[in-house]
Design a protein around this ligand. Sequence first.
Ligand code: ZN
Length: 87
Amino acid sequence: MKCPNCGYENRANFKFCKKCGNDLTLPPAWFPTWKWHLKTLSWIYLILIAVFFIASYFLRKLPPPYHIRKIPDEMTPWLHPHKVPPP
Ligand SMILES: [Zn+2]
């Protein structure tokens, strides 16, 4: 890493310049505040809740699974052998 103060080429793991002692550790460009966390987490939860309700709305519109569907007795007389079909 090149020192921004004197231009001396230091090794990448050095925290201070070997020549002039300049601090080579860069401060983070941006650090999230608790407000940013609160805003971001609320948006994530809001989107998750909205996706849940939208998905359940559309899933409710689908026909129920085959084994839950109500099938008329006339269509399956072999399942009701003792029931006499109407003439
Ligand atoms: Zn330096």
